[in-house]
Design a protein around this ligand. Sequence first.
Ligand SMILES: [Mn+2]
Length: 453
Amino acid sequence: MSKNKRGDMIAQITNFANKFQELSDKKEIIVISHFDTDGITSAAIFGKLLKKLDKKFSFRIVKSLEPELIQSLPEGRVIVFLDLASGSLEYISKLSNLVFIIDHHEISYKETLPENVNILNPHLYPDGEEMSGSCLTYLVSREIGKKDSSAANLAIIGMVGDIMEKKIGPLVNTILKDADLTIKRGFLIYPSTRPLNKALEYCSTPYIPGVTGDGLGACTLLREAGITFTSKGYKSLIELNEEEMQKLVTAIALRVPNHEKMSEFVGNLFLVKFFNRLEDARELSALVNACSRMGESNTALLLCMGNETAKKNAESIYIKYKQSLIEALNQIHSNPKIQGKQYVIMNAQDKIQDTIIGTVASILSMSALYEEGTVIITMAYNKDKIKVSSRICGREKKDESMNLKEIMDGITGMIGGESGGHKLAAGCVISKEKEEAFIELVKKKLDIEVVKV
Ligand SMILES: [Mn+2]
């Protein structure tokens, strides 16, 4: 596919929105979205819009967009793909349906799309503003409907879910203005809504010597920072005023051996209104994500659409999810690994669920266990297939030449399967028979990448 001549993304959004309104009139709509937080919030934003427009529609939330699903879509319906589909244009272009795609993933398709397929993707415009699927979906929904603070809040949760809050362009800025949002600068401790002594005790990024894993040590640090214990207990991070926040950052900086790295942990906290309370978007994102990973995408979607019962269910699913993650991390530590010069391959086979393995890879990539720049590859079975996730260790991009998406695309090009993702986080699904072939290819590719650097 060729890039548009003019870099006018706003005009494209308007154009896309108008086309949708015009062409989808009186037709039944199927909304297909990805099951991660960005995908779920995108679906909720679009669902809210369709409800307002009084449209007939249904949702399908999917782990990955399989060709079989695309081929089985009923004729005559309008299909809306959110936060996915840019990697499946080959199959989508064969549909006779009217199709609308709102996505921010890379496009590999080189042909011209047929008339019935409309796509909005920042990669298509020379100066396209990078943003999450949820933000893009919100901009379309705002164009069709009106500005809506609760939908804008969802867009922010999706943005944080895709870790895109560090680079905010002018278009996303308009979303921030629409939202019920408080931005607080400070130490990015997590969870930020729990009493600080607990949050500090459980804080692992960064690891704070004498505080992480030590309840008493956490209280000592708070005393040093001049944050006092009140009758209601310790304040939570989001309740601190500017002065207290500054003191806390200083007290932690004095404890962390690698001083310069502290700046990585200071940033913006996005607090949004959710069920009438101000909550940390990272925590909401984790809650939504947990539901989906535990096979409860419907609960996640209902939660985002404001359903009270779903909220209760989501909270108990979240607890179960955290337990399975801890089990998975223990499992991976005791499992044999293939260790290369600048990579490590962890094949969990059937010992870890395929929906959790990507999160395990992310946690490991942010931990201090591996050197910055190390490529982490995790693998887990899903019936007759293998789900592969890859991440680069470290928070900032260091090596611009390494592109995990390209590596994954290259391998699936050779042994078959579907791949997707970004430069720093990519994955693929391959057939189980290719397990050994895959490992050999990864080793080969990554050994060459090392030499290239
Ligand atoms: Mn996304």
